[in-house]
Design a protein around this ligand. Structure first.
Ligand code: THU
Length: 148
């Protein structure tokens, strides 16, 4: 995909996604970090899937808001991600693990980092956040014949 045919959001889609991410953040279960995160993911079908971070007393089992939204989408049959909004109090970037998960289903998707007032801190392609990303295409290209 070239920059020319990269997916772009309409103003209305952007507004709806930002609102959905901010609302999803209210459901965050964050008794340990006190850092609620909301996410809203737009798929090729036009559906929006939301998620929040869910923390577990055994900390390693915690899941981020973006991955909650991504796994909800995939479990409903969606495999083509177009955009995601991450909503936090300070408009920060998605973590590395979430970048990798999003890349699997949308290497060219748009990422929007927003704060809870709806202000956009950054908007751009996931490719810029995960340069030289490894995904299904690279895996297929490098696979050897079974038994080799
Ligand atoms: N967190 C997210 O939900 N998304 C990110 O991209 C960064 C971190 C969550 C995980 C944990 O519940 C809390 O924020 C603090 O790390």
């Amino acid at each position: 995909m070239t920059a020319k045919d990269a997916f772009s959001l309409t103003d209305d889609q952007r507004r709806r996604l930002i609102e959905a991410a901010i609302t999803a953040r209210e459901k965050a279960y964050v008794p340990y970090s006190h850092f609620p995160v909301g996410a809203a993911l737009l798929t090729a079908s036009g559906a929006i899937y939301t998620g929040c971070n869910i923390e577990i007393a055994s900390f390693g089992a915690t899941v981020c808001g973006e991955r909650t939204a991504a796994f909800k989408a995939v479990s409903e049959g969606e495999r083509d991600f177009r955009a995601v909004v991450v909503a936090t109090s300070n408009g920060v970037a998605p973590c590395g693990i979430c970048r990798q998960v999003l890349y699997e289903f949308g290497p060219d998707m748009i990422v929007i980092m927003a704060d809870t007032s709806g202000q956009v801190a950054w908007e751009g392609p996931l490719n810029d956040l995960l340069p030289f990303g490894f995904g299904p295409k690279k895996l297929a290209e490098g696979q050897e014949a079974p038994g080799s």
